[in-house]
Design a protein around this ligand. Structure first.
Ligand SMILES: Cc1cc2nc3c(=O)[nH]c(=O)nc-3n(C[C@H](O)[C@H](O)[C@H](O)COP(=O)(O)O)c2cc1C
Length: 367
């Protein structure tokens, strides 16, 4: 007959076995996840049709990885429309990030189309999104487009410590040229004292956000702790892409509540900023969906060029998300009186785990 002690020992053994089982199954799922992420980023062939171009478009960065887009194909081209069911109203109340994300994706699509011999132009439709209209004539692929194209499946937001080395001046020049876009200004900040001031704004913004229960709730909704959930949902912020371990969903949720504190986040951001070679700040001349889509396009070109040059990038957008910090951020970047749209750090680091995406079928609409 089991006594009380026996029940306790038995209970602990069941828990330990359960824990070990959960860790083992997470390990297996992590290996499956690596294959899933590789398949999403399979290189495009030269005969890529519309759904393959859309797959490449979806590899673009986007706020909280909500993938707030729908794609509509027609004989004339491919349109990208906002998917308002994937808004993040707390961090992005005016859909600024949503439209920037559409801009990043349409630029990927345009680069991929041109690199596979399909010429055409991007048309920005403002609130309706944007589209890529095919030209009747086949295009020739210029070397600059080919370089950006190859970088599409390799680019990632690398949220880790960089190696602290400066970026060579000819690479800085290429970064700056890559982002030239009508209606968008870009500042590349490499002076350490200015980067330090941006760092202080990032930390100040992070403190404000982490103090806001609504911000934390919305963020947690988009976190994916386990590889299985990341693969099933195909969206959201998968823990290892921020340098955290993959965990069973229930355990990750508890660990997040216990360990995600503003002091440790501030320390992490300070080290990340100090290890970065520089910061790129983007600002649209005209505020509103059309300007924000243009910012996304410019930003995506810079991210792809950085990737082609062997650099890594990561967004540190707290100073543009917290409205009270925008004025100082704009002045630091040399755009006094304007709204700064994005802050991106860059430098050198090894790659991290790649983030999930939903399948093309889930983002195509016929309506
Ligand atoms: C408009 C916009 C805002 C973003 N803001 C942040 C941010 O403040 N912090 C962050 O770590 N990542 C930010 N990201 C990066 C996304 O989380 C990232 O693109 C997404 O998780 C997909 O991952 P990937 O870029 O590695 O493909 C932002 C991306 C976009 C386009």
């Amino acid at each position: 007959m089991l006594n009380r002690r026996g029940i306790l020992i038995g209970g602990a053994a069941v828990l330990a076995a359960g824990g070990a089982g959960a860790v083992l199954s997470t390990k297996l799922a992590t290996e499956r996840y690596a294959e899933f992420a590789r398949r999403l980023r399979k290189p495009l062939t030269q005969s890529a049709g519309p759904s393959e171009l859309i797959r490449y478009a979806t590899l673009a960065p986007n706020g909280h990885n909500t993938q707030p887009w729908l794609f509509r194909q027609s004989a004339r081209g491919i349109a990208i429309l906002p998917d308002v069911s994937r808004r993040t109203p707390v961090v992005d109340p005016d859909d600024h990030h949503l439209y920037v994300s559409l801009g990043c994706a349409i630029e990927n699509l345009a680069v991929a189309a041109r690199a596979t011999g399909q010429s055409g132009d991007v048309v920005i439709d403002g609130e309706e999104g944007a589209s890529f209209s095919f030209s009747a004539l086949p295009g020739t692929v210029d070397p600059a487009t080919a370089e950006l194209f190859q970088a599409i499946p390799l680019r990632q937001s690398t949220r880790s410590l960089y190696d602290g080395r400066a970026v060579a001046s000819d690479h800085l020049r290429r970064l700056s040229q890559s982002a030239v876009m009508d209606g968008v200004d870009v500042a590349l900040v490499t002076e350490r004292s200015t980067i330090d001031r941006v760092r202080d704004l990032v930390i100040a913004g992070n403190d404000v956000q982490m103090d806001d229960p609504a911000f934390m709730r919305e963020l947690k909704d988009w976190l994916r702790f386990s590889p299985s959930t990341a693969m099933t949902r195909g969206d959201g912020l998968y823990a290892p892409t921020s340098g955290n371990p993959a965990l069973p969903e229930w355990l990750g949720s508890i660990a997040f509540d216990l360990a995600f504190k503003s002091a440790s986040e501030a320390d992490k951001y300070a080290r990340h900023m100090d290890s970065s070679a520089g910061v790129a700040v983007f600002s649209a001349v005209d505020e509103g969906p059309a300007g924000w889509i243009a910012v996304g396009r410019a930003c995506q070109r810079l991210c792809l060029m950085a990737t082609a040059l062997g650099l890594k990038t990561a967004f540190v957008n707290q100073p543009v998300e917290v409205a009270s910090l925008r004025g100082e951020m704009a002045s630091l970047a040399g755009f006094p009186g304007r709204r700064p749209d994005l802050v991106l750090r860059f430098g050198q680091a090894p790659p991290m785990v790649y983030s999930p995406r939903r399948p093309v079928d889930a983002v195509v609409t016929t309506s």
